[in-house]
Design a protein. Structure first.
Length: 284
């Protein structure tokens, strides 16, 4: 049971991951630490929401290294949240995660359910709404592909204080956009984006190739977040996580908060990468 919360093999299910997962998890871990340290005295109720939680541990395919996954990082942080909501579509992941959660003994309310992120978000928002006036929330949205729909982001955003860390699937979008931008039917890219405006951006980029396409698409996404009450930020690059074996872009981490302090924290955290190096701005 002791090993359930440590980054070692505890005999329960782990998620196979690339070495780059470490980078993503390090940004999240440091943001949680700053958020919880700064906010725990002001906000008695603080919830962490992880809609694609995984089993709680990852094993790096190439090295065998075990990494705590996002739910366990949030559970074992120095000043834990008061409530946790975990969702995963894969039952085996939730079974392993529940077992690991039992070892925390933190007294926090932990809910871990099997389900689709886009439907379970409704239930979570309903559960959090009655105390929303006195709570602070952080959601980590970490899809494998394009399963996260814009409507789900909008649902979470309907709560007054809901910080978001979103895995923007740049690699998946690169593979799909070219195939589907002319499709008349609704596609997963439309559902991820919330409408078809991305197609205009993509079409214009196909002909001019002037500004990097993901800069334009992320700016569009951020404008939509701003319309939901999030602070609009233009001045820093979203960290890009690459597949270091194929040297291909995988995803970016987008952050959104309705309070400028959230952006300040995120900016501080993402100035340095997992190796402590000052992050270089990348062109898209
Ligand atoms: C990138 S992994 C999450 C990793 C986790 N955040 C961590 O740090 O270890 C994505 C997870 O989403 C789950 N998943 C895929 N489609 C889903 C959906 N529609 N709803 C909820 N979970 C889903 C997968 O089973 C997988 O565990």
């Amino acid at each position: 049971m002791y090993n359930y919360l440590s980054p070692v093999d505890d005999g329960l299910a782990m998620r196979p991951a690339g070495p780059w997962a470490k980078e993503k998890l390090d940004y999240l871990n440091r943001y949680i630490a700053v958020f919880e340290t700064a906010m725990r005295d002001t906000w008695r109720e603080r919830n962490y929401i992880d809609l694609m939680a995984g089993p709680g541990k990852n094993r790096v395919r190439e090295t065998g290294e075990v990494l705590l996954g996002s739910p366990l990082l949030a559970l074992t942080t120095r000043y834990p949240f008061t409530g946790y909501h975990f969702v995963d579509l894969n039952e085996a992941n939730i079974v392993a995660l529940r077992e690991r959660c039992l070892a925390t003994g933190s007294g926090a309310a932990i809910r871990a359910v099997v389900g689709d992120c886009n439907t379970e978000a409704d239930t979570i928002v309903d559960l959090l709404r009655p105390t929303a006036h006195r709570s602070l929330n952080l959601a980590f949205l970490d899809p494998e592909g394009l399963e996260l729909q814009w409507n789900t982001v909008a649902k979470l955003a309907s709560l007054p204080r809901m910080d978001l860390v979103i895995n923007y699937p740049e690699g998946g979008l690169n593979r799909l956009m070219r195939k589907v931008y002319k499709a008349t039917r609704e596609t997963s890219v439309d559902r991820f984006s919330g409408d078809r405006q991305w197609r205009d951006v993509y079409r214009a980029w196909m002909t001019s190739r002037r500004l990097p396409v993901h800069r334009q698409l992320i700016d569009l996404y951020k404008r939509k977040l701003a319309a939901l009450g999030y602070v609009e930020i233009h001045h820093f690059e979203e960290p890009l996580v690459r597949n270091t074996i194929r040297s291909a872009p995988l995803y970016r981490l987008l952050f959104a908060s309705k309070h400028p302090l959230g952006d300040k924290f995120w900016h501080e955290v993402t100035r340095r990468d997992v190796y402590g190096q000052r992050r270089l701005l990348e062109a898209r």
